[in-house]
Design a protein around this ligand. Structure first.
Ligand code: GDP
Length: 291
């Protein structure tokens, strides 16, 4: 089930519940079962869905609710809050400050959209008056540097990489040094997508990255949770960007991966173009989802 359908299904379940003359245990259960089914079909992790159902039932204790209470409203609010909770990491990520040099390292599997997302992230900040720069520390994939170079050139963002050097740590260190000297305030390091290399990079860079962003393809479904956890174990992931939210991806898996990384989703990618990139905020997202 794609995300737009998920929102529709949840709204419909709530509407059906609202239409019932009396809201009793049976009506509430039917509504919650419908929502549970929709979330599972969107690849939200089973445990999260089960916890959500338990929590809502705890909050909406029909017997305790006096006759005067607006049960519909209370149930709707509880569903909204619980959906937000699934997507909320509970703490904000480190946010770079304009004018103060920060190093941001991007990690994620090959094909997740990492290189594209590095440029989108740089471009987004450049439009807001930052001085970003891109460093290609992916020495594993042939063509990685060319791709980054092409993207960076299109967006008029300075870049650094090497065709000859095979040590990603050396490239990262040299690139960061150079762009610090040039007073860039957002130095973005693209990596190869291999856990071991990323862990070494993080350890060996002279200036540790201020933020590690994990890029995840929204179409990977339930595998998202394990993948996120694997990256979290090798590097200190501080934030997540979910890509390809424009496609037919279910999205629920990737979005609920925040629970695995305990790091907030900060942006979503909604297309191949540079500006198809949106800030992610939990509450507006859930509001929009529910229509
Ligand atoms: P990397 O191997 O992780 O660096 O991935 P790339 O940046 O090369 O992206 C892989 C493919 O996904 C490319 O064809 C990108 O154009 C595409 N891509 C990346 N982000 C998005 C997105 O948000 N939406 C869509 N539709 N395609 C994307």
């Amino acid at each position: 089930m794609v995300l737009a359908q998920l929102g529709g299904s949840i709204s419909r379940a709530l509407q059906q519940m609202s239409n019932a003359t009396v809201i009793d245990e049976k009506v509430l259960n039917e509504c919650l079962n419908e929502i549970t089914r929709a979330l599972l079909q969107s690849d939200v992790q089973f445990k999260l869905v089960r916890d959500m159902q338990t929590n809502i039932k705890k909050i909406v204790n029909l017997e305790d609710l006096a006759a005067g209470h607006n049960k519909r409203k209370i149930i709707q609010q509880a569903v909204f809050n619980e959906l937000c909770k699934i997507l909320d990491a509970g703490k904000p990520s480190f946010t770079p400050k304009k004018g103060k040099p920060s190093v941001v390292m991007f990690v994620g599997l090959q094909g997740s959209g990492k290189t594209t997302t590095c440029t989108k992230y740089a471009y987004y900040h450049q439009k807001k008056g930052w001085k970003p720069a891109l460093v290609c520390a992916d020495t594993f994939r042939a063509g990685a540097f060319d791709q980054l170079k092409q993207n960076a050139t299109k967006a008029k963002i300075p870049f650094y990489g090497s065709y000859m050097e095979s040590d990603p740590v050396k490239i990262a260190v040299d690139g960061v040094d150079r762009f610090k000297k040039e007073n860039c305030d957002l130095i973005i390091v693209d990596t190869s997508g291999r856990h071991k290399q990323e862990a070494a990079l993080f350890e060996e860079m002279r200036q540790k990255p201020d933020l590690v962003i994990f890029v995840m393809d929204s179409s990977i479904g339930q595998a998202a949770f394990d993948q996120a956890q694997a990256f979290k174990q090798s590097v200190a992931v501080g934030a997540v960007i979910v890509t390809k939210m424009d496609g037919h991806a279910k999205g629920g898996g990737a979005l609920s991966a925040v629970a695995a990384t305990k790091s907030p989703v900060i942006f979503i990618g909604t297309g191949e173009h540079m500006d198809e990139f949106e800030v992610f905020d939990v509450k507006p997202f859930v509001s929009r989802l529910l229509g």
